[in-house]
Design a binder for this molecule. Structure first.
Ligand SMILES: Cc1ncc(COP(=O)(O)O)c(C=O)c1O
Length: 363
């Protein structure tokens, strides 16, 4: 007999990752087209050969400490930040899982401005909480968050607010003034700013963590650092949260290869610079070429959002697959409608192929 599972699992959708088709160009998961830094590969191989990395022992605390130090110098807030402000996890996904366990219990609520990254919603529901969706503005507002509406949606059950900035899949950022207004209006609610794509953006909001107790910022090694397969991410948190994070997070959730890789990735500043430069240049190429046919939204991330209406996004997605290119059909994002596709910025060659393919479909 099948044993009954928790009722809070009802209505939770399984996470659907970007599709993988052998031989096709994958522009569906916002990965780095240059791959990881060659220094990362060298360091992993060298550490394994020299025994510094020993796969039969649990990850060393020393390596985690070293990574936290490297992250501190990378975010560059000087003495205003300490190791206690950095929490590491198995990707932003892993960090989010821990955070939701810390803040949400049955009957609590969390605000999610949609369309956005779907994991926030799933984790809140799994924890027995209730997501409150706030629809981002449409039309000329380009998916900005209705700040006054969001604040007025807060009640005594509200525990978390999830703001992806740059937002997946829309590519836009929230302004510092707007976030301050939210943080200051609801001091008893944790404001989570997901900066998974911040390296491609014009600015960051990480400095806010030094000023307020109810804000934290998430970052990842999966995008600009090209380490999505290794699953490393971190949160910049107010100091008081560290003890709770340590209590709740799974021990050793970041494996020793991932720790070694993340440290080496932060040290190779040149690879990061090249990756970001490529995305900024190629994002512009994609936008200029695609906006001849479609509405393309401004983006501060490593992807662009394209409105293919009156065509349907799933039909365009299918047509592109036939031509060997995988993009993201955004109809699975709550509140995104059925005419948006998201295209990861690739190399010039890949971007030319996707522009040509779309021209071929529509002309
Ligand atoms: C907004 C956002 N946050 C987090 C993630 C997941 O990051 P990670 O690979 O670090 O788990 C993604 C992945 O696409 C994302 O779009």
């Amino acid at each position: 007999m099948q044993v009954p599972v928790r009722s809070s699992l009802e209505g939770i959708e399984e996470y659907k990752p970007g599709k993988l088709v052998k031989g096709a160009i994958k522009l569906s998961s916002n990965e780095n087209p240059l791959g990881p830094s060659p220094e990362v590969i060298r360091e992993i191989v060298k550490s394994l050969e020299e025994g510094e990395l020993n796969l039969s022992v649990y990850p060393w605390e020393r390596n985690e400490e070293e990574l936290r130090d490297e992250i501190l110098s990378y975010i560059g807030l000087g003495t205003r930040m300490k190791k206690e402000n950095i929490a590491i996890g198995a990707g932003v996904d892993g960090v989010l899982d821990t955070l939701v366990k810390i803040f949400i219990e049955t009957g609590n609520e969390a605000i999610i401005p949609v369309p956005t990254f779907s994991l926030y919603e799933s984790l809140v529901k799994i924890a027995g909480g209730k997501p409150r969706y706030v629809k981002r503005e449409s039309g000329a507002q380009h998916f900005s968050i209705p700040v006054a509406g969001l604040i007025s949606a807060c009640n005594e059950k509200m525990k978390m607010i999830f703001i992806s900035s740059p937002n997946n899949p829309t590519g836009n950022c929230i302004s510092e003034d707007e976030v301050r207004e939210i943080i200051e209006s609801v001091p008893e609610v944790m404001v989570v700013i997901d900066e998974a794509y911040v390296e491609f953006a014009d600015s960051s909001l990480v400095n806010l963590v030094t000023e307020y107790e109810n804000v934290l910022v998430l970052r990842t090694f999966s995008k600009a650092f090209g380490l999505a397969g290794l699953r490393v991410g971190y949160a910049v948190i107010p100091e008081w949260l560290e003890k709770h994070y340590k209590r709740v997070s799974i021990p050793f959730s970041v494996n020793s290869i991932a720790l070694t890789a993340a440290i080496a990735a932060l040290r190779d500043k040149e690879h990061l610079r090249r990756s970001v430069e490529l995305v900024r240049q190629e994002r512009q190429f994609l936008i200029e070429n695609l906006q001849r046919f479609f509405q393309v939204y401004p983006s501060e991330a490593n992807f662009v959002l394209v409105n293919v209406s009156p065509a349907k996004s799933y039909a365009v997605y299918e047509e592109l697959i036939k031509r060997g290119i995988i993009v993201r059909d955004c109809s699975s994002f709550r509140g995104a409608g059925d005419s948006l596709i998201r295209i990861t910025v690739g190399t010039r060659e890949q971007n030319e192929l996707v522009v040509d393919a779309l021209e071929g479909i529509f002309l």
